[in-house]
Design a protein around this ligand. Sequence first.
Ligand SMILES: CSCCC(=O)/C(O)=C/O
Ligand SMILES: [Fe+2]
Ligand code: NI
Length: 197
Amino acid sequence: MSKLIVMPVDDPSATLLSTSDPAAIAADLGAVGVTFEQWTADATLAHDAGQDAVMSAYADDVARIRDMGFGTVDVVRLHGDPNDAEFMSNAAAARAKFLSEHAHADDEVRFFVEGSGAFYLRLTRPDGIEAVHVALCEQGDFISVPKDTLHWFDMGTAPSFAAIRFFQIEDGWVGEFTGDAIAERFPTFDELVAAAG
Ligand SMILES: CSCCC(=O)/C(O)=C/O
Ligand SMILES: [Fe+2]
Ligand code: NI
């Protein structure tokens, strides 16, 4: 289930908001400039489905977002057997890429078409409190995070997700890492999923 958890930047043990209501998630994220929507994502992807297969399964969505100026599109898919040592080694490397605080020169526009992952967005709330907004995204979730937003992404230790990524600039995926260890102080994706039961 999609979820939003908001914690003050200086106190990860405090919860300012926790909700699984899609309308409440959209409203709260909307107030800090992030778009959150739920779209239909019911295509069955073959075990070995690659970029082209995923994009053609969602061709209408891809065309719609492309027409909005997002001319570059790719797919990140992590899907495999947690007992497969090679998959787990590749997964650990992929997870490490996004696990530290960074920002992009492009909006971060992602459509989750399989599985789940968590975005941690460091943003100042309308009441002036700086907080980490954890958007636990699931299949069907569309999220658009403005460029320059400080954030990190955790796909968990046994990742299972596919996200279509949309870019306005060709190297919009490149992250500028801040060197801040903030991510280490907040609950991981695995911990959040375990806590959600
Ligand atoms: C959910 S798509 C893979 C992660 C990614 O592109 C990114 O920039 C995370 O911060
Ligand atoms: Fe990012
Ligand atoms: Ni499979």
